[in-house]
Design a protein around this ligand. Sequence first.
Ligand code: ATP
Ligand code: MG
Length: 250
Amino acid sequence: MSVEARVPLLKIEGLRKKYKKREVLKGINLNLFPEETIIIMGPSGCGKSTLIRCINRLTEPDGGRIFFEGEEVTGLAAPQLAAVRRKIGFVFQQFNLVRRLNVLENVIFALRLAGVPAEEAEEKGIKALTRVGLRARALNHPEELSGGEQQRVGIARALVLEPRLMLWDEPTAALDPILVGEVLEIMEELVKSKDTAMLVVTHEVGFAYRAADRILLMNEGEIVEEGTPDKVLTTPRSEVGEKYKKLLKT
Ligand SMILES: Nc1ncnc2c1ncn2[C@@H]1O[C@H](COP(=O)(O)OP(=O)(O)OP(=O)(O)O)[C@@H](O)[C@H]1O
Ligand SMILES: [Mg+2]
């Protein structure tokens, strides 16, 4: 079946965002299909975080429409929006763990908030921690973990929701270079498992080359190039693409 014939899990139409008078998203169109991994790259300030945060309306768009599983997310009232957010995992650059909670409590916080009984939530939490290789650290507190381990907790916290879609905003950008690899390794395993669709913002060009089904390049609020990793990173048409091609070689 061609990609076009399938129904997208996420559909973005003409998405716009302004801060004061400056347009930071200038009409973004994007379809993401189930099981697909799209990687977004582009220079600092081009609107990547704004785009990804608009999807579950952590940032409110000014125009355009977003559909998730066929339901329009733009315009949903708070309770319905909360239900959509529970189906979308978000992994942040700054891990945003709660310091007073232990690792397991951090992972299951959203489940407990949604009314999942403690025993069931803990079972799911342990399963998610096992997937990121941190089962043994369940009772530790965040400050007892390395940055890479803290980000793996951040990943488990997203996984525990059994999301249909995972959004990643530069998940390795705050890490010591030595710790980047362990997080990328987990991410690659998740991509291969095809349990969820993924939209990943990252500058890790080697990872993008290996993991992406499609790469989108952004510049100044627009998508300037789109295609398979091979196409975008070895025969780019855009200036931004040329820059990433050079990075891939180094
Ligand atoms: N809350 C805000 N108020 C005003 N301007 C903002 C706000 N958030 C972002 N911007 C501006 O919007 C533009 C896009 O920001 P965004 O964070 O989406 O960029 P980015 O591509 O994620 O950059 P980076 O790679 O540095 O994370 C930037 O010029 C930024 O300064
Ligand atoms: Mg950003």
